[in-house]
Design a protein around this ligand. Structure first.
Ligand SMILES: [Zn+2]
Length: 358
């Protein structure tokens, strides 16, 4: 095989590797449709998962400026003040942590008492640090972090700031892909190797422009994650498609303190099915999972405040599921919306939660 085509093959392999965003298993991303205001929730484990991480595939064409990796805050407090931490399976587990001395962040893990969770960005724990400085207790700080992460005006500001900064990449990244996979072979086959080398040099200038853009992102909007993004900006100079993933990694930092529900509400997507599911999971915690109850105690109040801005309450999402496909069903689970025949009283998947009658 001529050296040129070996080079293209290597470029393709790098492209495939860089077209994946790795998130903690319990994480998720929202993808907004290219046109209109339709949002899809993508759990990190939907396509591929390894020990602590799940892979979300990216699309370079069109560039991924509409993908928002955000998972909410990984800690919750129950009524007795005990701290719970989110595990890779998304379940909140009780920790033995009592004071600030038991909480420690060392990239990429947040350690609380004897348990830890994967936590991609130092921005996730920024609120904890600020509250600690202000003299608040860990429990008060966790409640404050949930209030901030579920605030629609704050989410709107974050999205706006991010969109303005990342928009130039929507042009650069597709140009880079087209240049490598269409431009280079065309130039090589029609005009000869020298033209392909010139086009390659031009594409490197494009990589330089992307790298500078990433430097700008690190400087302008994310002071606490500056060094991580700068490393990616440097890598973007030598690895052709690293810029695409670097932009996504920067998005992980940009939305590290924002809950998906706040992003949906800030865009008026109040009818999103995932939002309904989230509300139901807080209103109907599984009785067998103390972590569910802690999460509901921490997050339900802030969520109700956020919904009240839109003259909505959580009751709005507790309506019965559509049983037109399953007319025999006589009862439904208020948490998972599973439907049941006569004679069943509780949903086994939801820890024995009592069913509602149609
Ligand atoms: Zn259920």
């Amino acid at each position: 095989m001529p050296v040129f085509f070996e080079f293209l093959l290597i470029a393709l392999l790098i492209f495939l590797w860089e077209s994946v965003l790795w998130l903690p298993k319990q994480g998720m991303a929202l993808r907004r449709s290219q046109f209109g205001n339709s949002w899809r929730a993508i759990p990190a484990t939907r396509f591929l998962a390894i020990r602590e991480l799940g892979a979300i595939p990216l699309m370079p064409l069109p560039a991924n400026t509409r993908l928002f990796p955000c998972s909410g805050f990984p800690l919750a407090v129950d009524a007795a003040g005990a701290i719970h931490i989110e595990s890779p399976s998304g379940i909140f587990l009780k920790t033995g942590a009592k004071s600030w001395n038991d909480i420690r962040f060392s990239t990429p893990h947040l350690h609380v008492g004897d348990l830890s969770t994967r936590c991609q960005s130092p921005r996730t724990v920024e609120t904890l640090r600020e509250c600690k400085k202000a003299g608040l207790s860990p429990a008060e700080a966790i409640r404050r972090a949930w209030e901030l992460s579920l605030s629609p005006p704050r989410a709107k500001r974050e999205v706006k700031r991010w969109t303005i900064t990342v928009n130039p990449l929507a042009l650069y990244c597709p140009a880079l892909c087209l240049g490598f996979f269409a431009g280079l072979p065309a130039a090589y086959l029609t005009l000869g190797p020298i033209s392909a080398v010139w086009l390659g040099a031009w594409l490197w200038c494009l990589m330089l422009a992307i790298s500078l853009q990433l430097f700008a992102i690190s400087k302008d909007i994310l002071p606490s994650t500056r060094s991580a993004i700068r490393q990616d900006a440097l890598l973007s100079l030598v690895v052709p498609f690293h810029a695409m993933r670097a932009a996504e990694i920067a998005a992980v930092h940009a939305f590290a303190g924002t809950h998906p529900a706040a992003i949906l509400l800030s865009h008026g997507a109040t009818e999103n099915p995932w939002l309904g599911q989230f509300v139901r999971s807080l209103r109907y915690p599984r009785p067998t999972h103390p972590g569910d109850i802690a999460l509901a105690e921490t997050a339900l109040g802030p969520l109700e405040n956020s919904l009240a801005r839109f003259a909505l309450g959580t009751d709005r999402y507790l309506t019965a599921p559509d049983r037109s496909e399953d007319p025999e069903a006589t009862a439904w689970c208020p948490r998972c919306h599973g439907m049941f025949l006569d004679g069943v009283a509780a949903c086994r998947d939801c820890g024995g939660l009592s069913l509602e009658k149609f």
